[in-house]
Write a protein that binds this ligand. Sequence first.
Ligand code: G16
Ligand code: MG
Length: 220
Amino acid sequence: MIKGFIFDLDGVITDTAASHYTAWKKMSDEMGWDFDHKVNDKLRGISRMDSIQVILDHNTTSLSEEAKAELAAKKNDLYVASLENMTSEDYLPGAKELLIHLRTEGFSVALGSASKNAIKVLKQLNANAFFDVIGDGNSVSKSKPEPDIFLYGAEKLNLQPAECIVFEDAESGIDAAKAGGFYSVGIGPKERVGHADLRFDSMAEATLFEVKAHFKNLFS
Ligand code: G16
Ligand code: MG
């Protein structure tokens, strides 16, 4: 039986990809590195330090761990500053409605994000009350596609993976959900999240009614 839901943050609850892009772009420009939307899309769902490695590889450049950490901190300062402009109006369409519906029906809900800024983002959205457990980039050391962040959420909710549905917009996030034995819902195109148990183009279509209709044997 499904008793809980675990949500990724960026790309599922809210769209921070544009803010991440602006910050990485500014840093790359300052370093004289190439960075565009195609490279930015590869950073979806992966950790900050893994992201900087992707950018370095794209530019066939290497740096010491210390220099990488310094640049990542610089990018993060830019990104965090941009979060000040985020408000409770910035949910992706459909996301808040689904969270309200899950609360009304008494499901357990956890966050399972790779971001170390997740608490700040939830605060800007005024979304804290929708989550029983917050799993973020500070909760586990192995990031997606390892299942650790979702296993952390399930354990804190006192649920088994097979009692939870994970919502994810990243290929690595669906891989992580599958590796952990969770049911998965992918948000985005088939080429990215077509391997999820169920897929929607956007959160606007991802209603509890549709989810229940698909996983009908798993709801009482
Ligand atoms: C998010 C984004 C990634 C970002 C990562 C780490 O993951 O999708 O692009 O690199 O968080 O973010 P931060 O630099 O804030 O720690 P998710 O898992 O919420 O989609
Ligand atoms: Mg995401």
